[in-house]
Design a protein around this ligand. Structure first.
Ligand code: 6GU
Length: 251
């Protein structure tokens, strides 16, 4: 997959893209990331990328011309590449959106800055808008890195063979079960016995149940859409009953 990133601050991307899994994905040729400085597409002497808003008010607006020229140059002849504007006004990024984006062989990401971008950028080149959550960042750069990371790890071969992205808790609609490694006892805290039993089926059942328990406790909203077996629905029913009972005893 090829990802082109349009930004005023290409240096911000150095760390995340040149370390660890994203670094290896690029070395293996599974992912290529191209950074483009929007300033390189300005035509005036001062290389201006933003201006005051028509109609007044505070803040600055990213100008239409450098952005549209940058997209057109980077996109080349391929009219079908998704052009995604990172903005708090976009649809909220989830694992589902990550999967959707991972199906493309190219993406163009535009990092918005300041108070926003000239509306005509949307009209002319943007095909999708994404926000990474309901809070405000100083710009789209960090959001773009989040999107690149989440999408890259879904590309076949990017994670090691033993690390199936389909088994991610969020892909299964649940939070992760608790994990343990050596030692078996630390400061009196023991590893659950079933994990040391060697009984793979029992381990699997325990993990599913703990994932359901954790999701029930922390993100019950996810359980509305999580695919659960009938037995697992029963288990969830028991968790809910236990809680109702606790509330009745300690109102
Ligand atoms: Cl994509 N941009 C900015 N500036 N703030 C955000 C965001 C994006 N997503 C969440 N907050």
């Amino acid at each position: 997959m090829r990802i082109d990133i349009l930004t005023l601050f290409p240096a911000m991307f150095a760390g995340p893209l040149t370390e660890s899994i994203l670094k290896r994905a690029q070395e293996k040729g599974l992912l290529s990331i191209h950074l483009h400085n929007i300033r390189d597409y300005t035509t005036d002497r001062h290389r201006t990328t933003d201006d005051t808003p028509y109609g007044g008010g505070g803040g600055m607006v990213m100008m239409v011309e450098p952005l549209v020229k940058a997209v057109e140059d980077v996109r080349g002849a391929d009219q079908h590449v998704p052009v995604i504007l990172l903005t708090p006004q976009g649809r909220v990024f989830t694992q589902r959106v990550a999967c959707e984006l991972a199906a493309h062989d190219r993406l163009i990401l535009i990092c918005g800055r300041y108070e926003g971008v000239d509306e005509r950028v949307r009209q002319l080149v943007v095909t999708d808008e994404i926000s990474i959550g309901d809070y405000v960042l100083t710009g789209g750069e960090l959001a773009a890195m989040v999107v690149v990371d989440a999408v890259a790890r879904l590309i076949p071969g990017v994670l090691g063979a033993r690390w199936a992205a389909e088994e991610d808790s969020h892909a299964m609609g649940l939070l992760e079960y608790p994990h343990y490694t050596r030692p078996p006892v630390f400061r009196g805290l023991v590893v659950p016995e079933v994990l040391l039993s060697g009984d793979h089926q029992a381990v699997e059942r325990w993990r599913r149940r703990e994932a359901i328990r954790r999701t029930w406790e922390r993100r019950p909203d996810l359980l509305l859409i999580a695919p659960l077996s009938e037995e697992e629905r029963w288990f969830l029913g028991e968790l809910a009953e236990d809680e109702a009972l606790r509330r009745a005893v300690h109102p």
